[in-house]
Design a protein around this ligand. Structure first.
Ligand code: FDA
Length: 309
């Protein structure tokens, strides 16, 4: 058991340090191979790819989230370009009558340049989302950014209730943060947390983390607060279903496109609300790195996809 855990930790550490972009830059001939493996997780490079697959999922009975991939954008020009892409995406959804949540990282639209830029961009995006009948969901990034992200969220949600924010169950602070966020009307997306954090601020993957996750869901339900159970973990869903939470109109399941499609289909076929999180963009290698880091067996799936095409 100890050896298995050490092996799994070793794989995770390799995956976390994987820089697919660097490999591709050094060996451009690998690009088409990586593109084959990424198709399972990313809809394509353009917003048309995301919208078209999203539309198909809506017709099958799912709700959707759409994200233009990007993070840690470090020049103002790139942040403005990202914001404009999100605006174009929302207008296209609005024109086609597609009801979607739009997901984004604040570091994609200015947080790494200047928090005020992220605030102003988010405010503008919230307005466009509202006029197109859409909602926004802010992703949660590494713990060094949590305070800034929550502070920008609170300022914007005070004006636009169609904005929500993601919280990570793995951080000890989340128990306080969630109670504070119940004072704001925006939806909460609850995740375990994808970032490797210092052990003094974080609960590692364990039964204890699963208990904390369920405790946080309990709090959301008691507070009548809108919450997305964003997980692929059957243990979590078993408990949530036993408590009857997925019948509650404030609660939905949310899963990443290409991950546990069997589970999302089963929940949806059982009549429960399931949202699929779709991504698109040319920076797909970032997304592939995250998916491999959080679940190293994905590396084998990626290699198999490359070989089998
Ligand atoms: P956990 O990692 O404990 O895995 C439990 C089981 O689920 C595994 O044994 C396996 O069966 C299955 N599983 C989990 N991940 C898998 C994968 N990639 N491929 C195949 N099977 C997998 N994180 C963050 O820090 N900030 C954020 O904003 C977001 N946003 C976000 C949105 C949505 C919609 C989802 C679903 C997830 C995120 N995440 C995130 C990622 C999240 O924090 C977490 O890393 C992953 O969801 C994996 O954790 P699980 O809860 O799925 O369980």
């Amino acid at each position: 058991m100890v050896i298995e855990k050490q092996f799994a930790d070793g794989l995770k550490s390799i995956a976390r340090n994987l820089d697919i972009k660097e490999y591709i830059q050094q060996s451009p001939e690998l690009y088409p191979l990586f593109q084959k493996s990424v198709k399972r997780f990313v809809t394509g490079e353009s917003k048309e790819d995301g919208i078209s697959i999203g539309d198909q999922l809506i017709h099958k009975g799912y709700r959707i989230s759409l994200e233009f991939i990007g993070e840690n954008t470090i020049t103002k020009e790139e942040c403005v370009r990202a914001k404009e892409e999100f605006i174009a995406l929302m207008k296209e959804c609005g024109n086609r009558g597609i009801s979607s949540r739009i997901s984004l990282d604040l570091s994609h639209i200015g947080l790494s340049v200047n928090p005020e830029l992220a605030y102003e961009s988010l405010l503008e995006l919230a307005k466009v989302a509202q006029s197109n009948g859409l909602s926004l969901m802010i992703s949660m990034e590494e713990s060094a950014k949590t305070d800034q992200i929550l502070s920008i969220y609170k300022r914007v949600v005070s004006e636009y209730s169609n904005v929500g924010v993601t919280l990570q169950a793995q951080l000890h602070r989340t128990l306080d943060d969630i109670n504070e966020l119940f004072n704001y009307s925006g939806a909460i997306r609850l995740v375990k947390g994808a970032y490797q954090e210092p052990s003094d601020i974080c609960i590692p993957r364990s039964d204890k983390l699963d208990e904390r996750y369920i405790q946080l869901v309990d709090l959301c339900v008691k507070a009548n607060h809108q919450v997305s159970i964003a997980s692929h973990d059957e243990v979590i869903y078993k408990q949530v279903i036993e408590r009857g939470y997925l019948q509650n109109p404030n609660v939905e399941a949310e899963m990443l496109y290409g991950i546990r499609p069997d589970l999302s289909k089963k929940l949806k076929d059982d009549g429960l609300a399931v949202r699929v999180y779709l991504t698109y963009g040319v920076e797909w290698y970032l997304y592939l790195c995250h998916r491999i880091a959080e679940y190293p067996p994905n590396i084998y799936i990626a290699i198999t996809d490359m070989i089998q095409g």
